[in-house]
Design a protein. Structure first.
Ligand code: AOF
Ligand code: ZN
Length: 364
């Protein structure tokens, strides 16, 4: 039985994943209704923020009576009146007899109450099926709900000796086109990309998602002194929100050089640079729930040292630069002991064409 539930839960997860990039600030949810012989009756997913929840779509998609059937979903059904009425009520009204759930909803207005409601109506509830996988799928939503902070991932492309560029800033191209395609997939998924004035001035990146049918993330530049050229590609007008975070003391005159649709936010400084922790708070206040940091050694280091990073995605090319002045992807501390390292847990490795992709979670 457990194995059959796990199979169906995997299906819920891949259904839910189809909405990646479109549901923020909501969770990714997929639901399936099936009978006692595990025949699938219908399925549904939460497609876009503000629209029907997954359970409602699965129920609406059913072409037969749901009395006595079972429903499996990766997140606890909701119990509150939000943009839509409670899914738990709908499940009860339809006479569903069993509900299998991946994880409890971290949203305090729901957490546990959806399960309680179902049980009180006499429905059999099974929880914790593929809980780890369900938690991973909704890592952004969970961080937002528990800490009211955005989920922050550092993406970097390095040589096998951990270098991102020569001393002169030459970095094209370390990884191959397959790895770079993966980066576009990430841009399609995250609410925003965050970079620094250094990277804008050195690389003049577009920071757009160039996948067919993809969507652009919000582009955010940390530019303490407004040094970046207002004609940089990142400020191109393409209908995507662009934000510059600058110092509180930069003159109003300077801000007028930038295109009028570029939003300029002011943030306190720390040691001559934007205070990264405060900047991240500011970004969250803008409704941005996940950030992909695509920057150089200094900003990556600031994000790591302030313990603002949740995840590292490192693309490693089978190349060794060996240059004594080359730049590492995180640089800026003075450390004498290995014990002073920031620590990660590697959660996955993937061989791409020539490169490998390593995903690590920060643990301290
Ligand atoms: C979703 N989709 O499939 C499920 C959700 O703002 P609302 O009214 O859409 O409610 C959002 C909350 O509903 C969300 O924070 C989560 O706790 C719960 N479940 N949300 O957007 C879904 N099942
Ligand atoms: Zn719901």
């Amino acid at each position: 039985m457990q194995r059959r539930y796990e199979q169906l839960m995997r299906k819920c997860l891949s259904l839910a994943k189809k909405s990646e990039g479109y549901v923020s600030p909501n969770p990714l949810v997929g639901a399936i209704i099936f009978d006692d012989d595990f025949r699938i009756i219908s399925q549904g997913r939460h497609e876009v923020c503000g629209r029907n929840h997954a359970e409602r779509n699965a129920i609406l998609n059913a072409k037969e009576d749901l009395k006595g059937k079972s429903l499996i979903v990766n997140l606890e059904p909701c119990s509150h009146y939000g943009k839509t009425p409670p899914c738990a009520d709908l499940i009860i009204e339809n006479g569903i007899k069993k509900v299998i759930i991946g994880m409890v909803d971290p949203n305090p207005i729901v957490s546990g109450k959806g399960i309680k409601k179902l049980k009180q109506a006499g429905i059999e509830v099974i929880t914790g099926v593929l809980e780890k996988e369900c938690t991973e799928l909704n890592e952004i939503f969970i961080k937002n709900q528990l800490y009211s902070k955005p989920f922050v991932t550092i993406k970097t492309a390095t040589t096998a000796d951990g270098k991102i560029a020569t001393k002169e800033g030459n970095s094209k191209w370390i990884t191959d086109e397959i790895s770079r395609r993966e980066v576009h997939k990430l841009r399609n998924k995250y609410d925003a990309v965050l970079t620094s004035s250094d990277t804008v001035m050195k690389d003049n990146p577009q920071m757009t998602c160039r996948l067919k049918g993809g969507r652009n993330p919000v582009r955010i530049v940390l530019d303490t002194n407004l040094k970046t050229d207002p004609k940089s590609k990142i400020y191109n007008k393409d209908g995507t929100r662009v934000i510059i975070i600058t110092s509180e003391i930069v003159s109003r005159e300077k801000t007028k050089n930038y295109p009028s649709d570029v939003e300029i936010l002011r943030c306190p400084e720390k040691d001559g640079h934007i205070d990264i922790k405060k900047a991240i708070e500011l970004i969250y206040q803008q409704g941005i729930r996940s950030i992909l940091v695509e920057a150089g050694a200094r900003l990556n280091n600031a994000v790591i040292q302030t313990k603002s990073a949740d995840k590292l995605i490192q693309f490693i090319a089978p190349k060794i630069l060996s240059d004594k002045e080359a730049i590492s992807f995180s640089q800026g501390c003075s450390r004498r002991e290995i014990a002073d390292c920031n620590n990660l847990i590697f959660i996955s490795t993937k061989q791409l064409k020539n490169d490998i992709m390593i995903i690590g979670k920060f643990v301290d």
